[in-house]
Every structure is written in C-alpha cells, then in structure tokens.
Write a protein that binds this ligand. Structure first.
Ligand SMILES: [Zn+2]
Length: 650
C-alpha cells in the first residue's frame, strides 16, 4: 500500500461495493423512515396533504458549504435533467420563505413534499453524489414516496418479511389509496424511487420479489428518471413544457415534426427508409420495425455540382442563448459533398429571417451512422437549417439525417464510440481494461477513460470505469496538481428522444490536495511525474496518471436494457470541466444580510424566522381550515390534492 502511483493505480470511489441509498444510510447509522425519509412527528404525519405540500414550479435552493465539490456539480447536473424533462426549475435562494438547503449530512435523505418550514434540509452525504440518487432525493422533496409503498404494490411485488433485517420492517410501509395517489400511472418497476431486491435484507436472499420475474433486476435502478417518474411529476405539477427542451425528430411521422424545405433550394431532402448506396436502414429503429424506420436523405447521386437542399425546423424560441444540437449523419455521397448547419434568425429588422452559418461538416467517417454534437448560441427566435450541397466528385449516395434533438443544455465535449460491442463482451476477460483515446479538455488537460467491459476480477457482473489524466501538448502551461476538474462519464441511452433517455453517468472531481496512499505524491499531479509511460493500441505513446472511478458503474443486466447497445455499438459522452467556481460560498440573499457583522445578519435572520413562523402559522391555519372545508364539500378541484398524504406513524 505504500507504493507511489502509476498509470495502473486506481481508486474506487465506491470501495468495490454497489452502494444504494439505503446501504449508505445504514453504514452511517441512520434509522430514518423508509431508509431515507426525514419526517418527524412534530411535522405531523397525519395532516391533510394537498397543494400546500407542493413547491412552486421554480424551487429555491441553497448549496451549503459542507457539500463536497463533486456533489455540488452532480446536484447542478440533476437540476439540468429536471429542466430538460419536466417543468420544474431551480433557482438560487433569494429570500423566499421556503427553500431547500442541501448539505452534507451522514447519508442521503429528504423530507417528503414542501413542509413549509422555511429552511428545509436535504442531505447529499458521502457516496450520495450520483445523478440518480440526487434525482431520487429531490423527488421526495417534491412530494413523492417510494414506488413500492403504493397502495397497489402487493399486486406487483411480494415483500419477503422473513428476509428483512429484524427491526427494519417499517421500511416497507404501504400507504392506502386514501392517503397516497399514483396519479393514474401504473406500477413502475423501473422507477428511480423503487427499492432494489436487496434493500434491508438480512443475509443474501431478496426482500422484494417481483411478481413478473423479468423485473427482478430492473427494480432499484438509480440511472435516471423513468418515463413514469416523469409522467407523475409532470402531472403533479401541471407541467406543460420544460424550460430547456426545444425539439426532437426521428422522422417517423410524415409531418416530419413540422420541418420544411427551404425555398432557396434547387434540390430537396426526401423522407425514405433506405438508400441503395447506404444507409440500408434508419437509425431510430435500425430497420427492425415493419412499416416504420424513416430518415431524411439528400441525394447527390444525380444533379449538378452546387445543388442545394435545405431542411428547416419549425420556428423555435430559445430562452437561454446557448443550445446543443445532436443528430446522426450517414455520409454515402461524394468526397466533397457538404453538410452545413445554419440558423435562420428573426428580428424586427429581418422579419423573413437571416441565415448565419454555425458549422460545416465535411470530413467525418463515411458509410456509417455517426453521432454529431453542435453547440449553438442563438438568443432570437429561429429555425435550425440543415443545408446539403453536392460537391464536385462522383457520388452514388448522399447525405442522410436521423434522430435530431435540440435542447438548451451543454453539449458533451467528447464522444467515445465502441463498435462491435457484443464481440468485445464475449471475448474480454474480467479484469481486462480498455482505454479511450486521450481527449483534451477546453482548458488543455489531457485525459482518457479506462473501461472494464466485463468488470474487475472482484466484480465481474458490472462494468467498471475510471478517468485518468494523461500527458498532453499543454502540460507545461497547466496548473498541477490539476485543481477541481469534474469528469462526467456517461453511457448514452440511444433512445431517439432526448427526454426519454436514461443515460448512466458518474462524475468525479480532481482534488488538488489529494495524496497517494503513501503520502509522497499528489494524486492529480502531472502525469509525467505520477504516471507511467504507455503505448496505446493506436501506437501513440504518452504518460498515464492514476485512475479514479468506480467498479460498479453499470451491471450487465442493465447494460443490456434500454438502448445502451444499439447497432452493436455503445457510446460514451465525456466531459472534463472546471468546477472551481463551486468552491465559493453561495451568496446569502442580500435582504437577509444587510450588515457586515455576523451578529447583525444573525439577528436579521432571527427576525425573519420569527416573522416567517408567524406568517406560516397564519397560513397553515388558513390552509387547514380551507382544506377541511373543501374536503367536507367534496369538491376537489383536481385529483392532485390527493397525492401526498400521510400514513400512520409507527
Ligand atoms: Zn428514498
């Protein structure tokens, strides 16, 4: 244990275990309701649940200084998923009466719903810094119980009481349908709110057996919101639109999502199912669905040099001023055929719009569907324009487009596509690591990821993944040890619609103060100093620093679910970005800290708390009275008032 580091050193942030929320909390010695719910009797289990337990659609938050830097980054990423897939948004607390204070407690836990207590705590402790875990805790805060506590759960799962650790039985509470609403959504084995089969077990036998055996390994996923999680959340909060999603099109419907052919063109894009020179199938369905499987094709097999076709989106209304466009392109045309991405921007001076070039794509791989990301910076209403131009050389095919998605999110910096993946799975021994090519972060750090497709020898059922810094062209200008760079390693769910994707991702952050096990070196120091000289399969040589990641990235059974493997390929989305700004304390609302001294601001806070408490009491009495009256009359305004409920306190 006292050796200096090398390129083969690894630190497993999960310590070789696949830790779920309940394992983490148990190790921390917590005994909360249902494992991660913080509900005190004082808060009143049995109050009428209704609108008052809902948050406004934009939830104020405060990230406490106690949080790990990596956790802060993960929380902000989770907020981005809420923004992309629901109408829930989050904003830094600016003095609102009620807000969520996220801190590092001993474990991962939350209250259920808006408890109207002013500062409402939500803990993201050690090992809770995973996207699915953070989404899970915030779903509690937004008003959701665990999926297996639904009133109809006994129709879908069997709780094996004999296998539960004695004294932990209360974690399998169930709420009857006068107390808890499932919002008209059927039981969801794939919910991010469902326990796994191992939750609170005593020994090695399952505590939850799914009535349909196929779902035995589905329950307990912590990748992302399931479609039903989103449906319920969107119903509870009357969502009609998300704040960052703009458009998605797989060209399966003849209306092609409202896209049009540009008027300036002398050629056109065709909606087709195959092209003789390729592709043979679309990307959405890979030709597997009868009567479907369309894509858009611009043929360059005929016509003249310079012929153009424009495929234009419907008019889109950006809010953020920065977008990520993602699409698949199949190039089977001539060597100089060109695809350009433009935007047509509209304003008062240009009511018919004015074109602005974003990117030309001419040198990508040919004869396969390739994934592209393009960053846009549009802040006016606009159309997205795909321009195909026929080049000078001969061609038998052309350019094809499929599975377009546009959102106001950040594009991943790099993609790593592994082809013929089933062969790799079949022939790679556990404990064997393959490496991505080295990539460069925007600020010049070179890095790569190492992947055990069949796991480490100690955990062969699960893919393991580690990020390594590598020596690169700008090492002499960079700061060492590498300070606060967060690596995102996401395995892409290749569902054609970005809002339905359940990517599996892990994030880790470089702490410049971290030392190697023998204390003689900094873990994230210059790879030329702490790494090993390696030559990769492409014949390139460089220094590889030690790795940091997890041996429980994704189980093989989950890997084979969803669209992680599509066309026999998997795609990793990789980013290494500077998160050092997260070291700074989140500002406290200025109205709450008018003075410079601690005493003044403390006193002010105290006053606010008192005023808040009085207001809350008045409000609570009023709401309770109104709620009771309304229930007596039986004129529920909407079914949502049923949700959130309470249960007997055990
Ligand atoms: Zn929970």
């Amino acid at each position: 244990l006292s050796a200096p580091s090398s390129g083969s050193t690894e630190i497993d942030v999960d310590d070789g275990k696949d830790l779920d929320i309940f394992d983490i909390n148990e190790e921390a010695g917590l005994d909360l309701v249902e494992g991660d719910l913080m509900i005190s009797e004082a808060e009143g289990w049995n109050t009428i649940i209704g609108d008052q337990y809902r948050w406004p659609n934009t939830v104020p938050y405060y990230l406490e200084d106690s949080l790990e830097i990596n956790a802060k980054g993960v929380i902000l990423q989770a907020f981005e998923q809420y923004r992309l897939k629901t109408c829930i948004d989050f904003k830094p607390w600016s003095g609102e009466t009620n807000y969520i204070s996220v801190f590092k407690g001993s474990g991962c836990y939350s209250s259920v719903g808006n408890r109207q207590v002013g500062k409402q705590a939500l803990s993201i402790g050690t090992n809770c810094d995973r996207l699915g875990t953070v989404e899970h805790e915030f779903l509690h805060a937004l008003g959701f119980w665990h999926e297996q506590s639904r009133a109809d759960r006994d129709d879908y799962v069997k709780i094996v009481w004999d296998n539960i650790t004695p004294g932990k039985e209360h974690n399998f509470n169930m709420y009857d349908d006068t107390l808890s609403s499932s919002l008209g959504v059927s039981y969801d084995y794939g919910s991010v709110m469902h326990y796994s089969k191992t939750a609170f077990r005593d020994g090695s036998d399952s505590t939850i057996v799914t009535k349909i055996p196929e779902f035995s390994d589905v329950i307990g996923q912590r990748m992302e919101f399931s479609e039903n999680d989103l449906l319920k959340l969107n119903r509870l909060y009357n969502c009609t639109r998300s704040s960052t999603f703009l458009d998605s099109c797989s060209f399966e419907q003849p209306d092609i999502c409202g896209m049009i052919q540009g008027e300036e063109a002398n050629s056109a894009w065709q909606r087709v199912r195959s092209v003789p020179a390729g592709p043979n199938t679309d990307y959405t369905n890979m030709g597997k669905c009868e009567g479907s499987g369309y894509f858009m094709h611009f043929s360059t097999a005929t016509g003249n040099h310079g012929d153009k076709a424009y495929l234009e989106s419907r008019i889109l209304y950006p809010r953020r001023g920065s977008q990520c466009l993602q699409f698949y392109l199949y190039h089977s045309g001539g060597a100089t055929d060109l695809l350009s991405v433009w935007v047509r921007e509209y304003d008062q001076q240009n009511p018919k719009g004015i074109l602005r070039l974003i990117k030309k794509i001419s040198d990508g791989p040919k004869d396969s569907w390739e994934l592209y990301h393009v960053t846009l910076d549009v802040s006016k209403k606009f159309r997205l324009v795909f321009e195909g131009v026929k080049g000078t050389g001969g061609s038998t095919g052309g350019l094809s487009l499929d599975d377009i998605n546009m959102s106001e999110t950040q594009c991943p910096h790099h993609t790593w596509r592994i082809r013929n993946f089933s062969n790799l799975l079949a022939t790679t021994a556990p404990g064997t690591k393959i490496y991505s090519p080295p990539f460069l972060s925007p600020d010049g750090y070179s890095f790569q990821v190492g992947l055990y497709v069949n796991g480490k020898s100690s955990s062969p059922d699960s893919m393991a993944i580690y990020v390594h810094l590598t020596s690169g062209p700008r090492d002499d200008e960079l700061k060492w040890p590498c300070p606060w760079r967060q690596a995102t390693m996401a395995l892409m769910d290749q569902n054609p619609h970005i809002q339905k994707r359940m990517n599996n991702q892990r994030m880790v952050t470089t702490d410049p103060g971290k030392t190697t096990s023998d204390g003689t070196e900094y873990y994230w120091d210059d790879p030329r100093k702490v790494g090993s000289w390696v030559t990769d399969s492409d014949g390139n040589s460089y220094y590889r620093g030690p790795g940091y990641g997890t041996s429980s990235f994704l189980t093989h059974s989950r890997l084979k679910s969803r669209d992680f493997i599509k066309g026999d390929d998997i795609i990793f989305l990789l980013t290494l970005e500077d998160v050092s700004s997260l070291l700074e304390t989140q500002p406290v609302p200025s109205s709450l800290s008018p003075g410079d001294t601690m005493a003044t601001s403390m006193a002010t806070v105290a006053v606010y708390v008192c005023v808040g408490a009085v207001l809350f009491l008045v409000l609570a009495v009023g709401v309770a009275y109104y709620g009771r009256k309304r229930f007596r009359r039986g004129d529920r305004e909407d079914s949502l008032t049923e949700l959130e409920v309470t249960a007997e306190c055990k």
